[in-house]
Design a protein around this ligand. Sequence first.
Ligand code: FRU
Length: 610
Amino acid sequence: MNVFLLSKQFQAVLIYFLLITFSFSLRAADSPLLIKNLGEGHYMVRINTNQKFFLLPVEETAPDVRISMIINNEEVKWLDVRLAMHKVDYFVPVDISSYSGRTISCKFKLQTNDPLHTNFSPENTVCCKEMRLSDTFDTANREKYRPTYHFSPLYGWMNDPNGMVYKDGEYHLFYQYNPYGSQWGNLSWGHAITKDLVNWKHLPVAIAPDALGTIFSGSAVVDYDNTAGFGAGAIVAIYTQSSDRQVQSIAYSTDNGRSFTKYENNPVLVSEVCDFRDPKVFWHAETHRWIMVLAVGQEMQIFSSPNLKDWTFESRFGEGQGAHGGVWECPDLFELPVEGTNDKKWVLLCNLNPGGPFGGSATQYFVGSFNGKEFVNESPSKTKWMDWGKDHYATVTWSDAPDNRRIAIAWMSNWQYANDVPTSQYRSPNSVPRDLSLFAADGEIYLKSAPSPELLKLRDISKKRSFKVSGTRTVKEMIPGNEGAYEIELTIKNQHADIIGFRLYNDKGEEVDMQYDMKENKFSMDRRKSGDVSFNENFPTLTWTAIESGRNELKLRLFVDKSSVEAFGDGGRFAMTNQVFPSEPYCHIGFYSKGGSYKVDSFVVYRLKP
Ligand code: FRU
């Protein structure tokens, strides 16, 4: 073998690669994107364009890169992006249209000292080759798990619902949003509106991070009497800003939420406590002032204000009450009538993470009284959960909903695995909207969560059956054209069965098994064989709830939407929400009985329209 010749070939290959590398790392001097290496994980990208988007390639397992966008020597925006090092999982768009015609200098800085990544430089990362400018960004759905009638962001990460307020025929939904990746980060308030709680219109980001921090959870009110001086009827958002500490800020909108102006004297409320967040504000007519409930460590604190700007501490609630397995977050406080009586009681929603009944996050609530200063729980020894599944968190309600309705929505995930669920264009959706009311059982007052009546509008073709189950009974192809979005309405009469069971399943053998245990008085949902459960050890679970004893007739509504099952028993006296990731829709159902038989008086399946 001619060694000299080989090394010549090797040299040629090397020169070729060097040339390629050199040309892409700098790009042409007149290119609208000029990349310069600054060494040790720093580099500079200069943008000169009239195009709308700077598209950044993301690799979900890569470390964050802090991008600081500078115009005329001032930082105008910063964001953290998991820039692709080895492969591109997806792109995220940075809207640069408001800087059109200006030169933007972007400083990139790797956010880790991990030696594994310190070789980060334009020459050896995919992102520099792939980042580009564009006038368009494709938001067409790419996810088979995307629900059709639940709200989900077009792209990017979502957690808590925020700022829910109704005004002029529109329900506003703001939400914890990362526009620059499908994992938690860059917290901003995303925004959508709906007129009917089932059809959503996506709007641009409403409130973005600033020098006081990222925009965490909070609420919004309509200031009809102009108490804050931003204008009568202004929508005022009250939210936490998070950096090293957490403080409360406000912003207002005089165009029905289409744009917000941040109050110049933010923050409006500060503390020495580090977990100090998620303000829920409402107008308390009796004392004629605004009330704020705030989650502070493992308690709720109540403040009052005449004008949304100046806040006075009133009281604290929490010690010795309910579950304390984690921090308390995202409170809500409202009054509801007790069904069948002339009584009204106050409900304090208290989201908790971790410490839920099946691990991770969950929503507990307290029922009692509120006098404008203090909330008193009437059953201090009881812990009450609003939903008995694993994927029902950060539940809050709409302010000013019409007809005195109290409508709640939850984030349909769990902090144990929210960042790992097997979707990437977006993560994760919300629950269906639920109308809340109170009912009495066994001397206690409980919260009932009924699917909002607007969901009836989604019903498309249906099929009704009735039959007896003694042993097993299978219904193959429950409904024609089943793409995984349907509702099941069941009325069952027990005829001495110990177990009344039914499993939704597909041809891959994946299933969600549900059971009424009539001896133990329990309802359960088992998703351990529901499809992909491997992405996190906390995902495969069986969840269950106690049901009232001595019932012979059982009523259940199941809402299935591609990657979730929500069960509502007896009009919402219990609710159970769980995500599932089957490789194809569950098109069949298998009923079974143990220890006796039961009659399915009515089994109706509705295909639901998107
Ligand atoms: C609840 C929560 C809130 C916080 C927000 C941050 O899920 O932790 O307490 O404001 O998420 O995204």
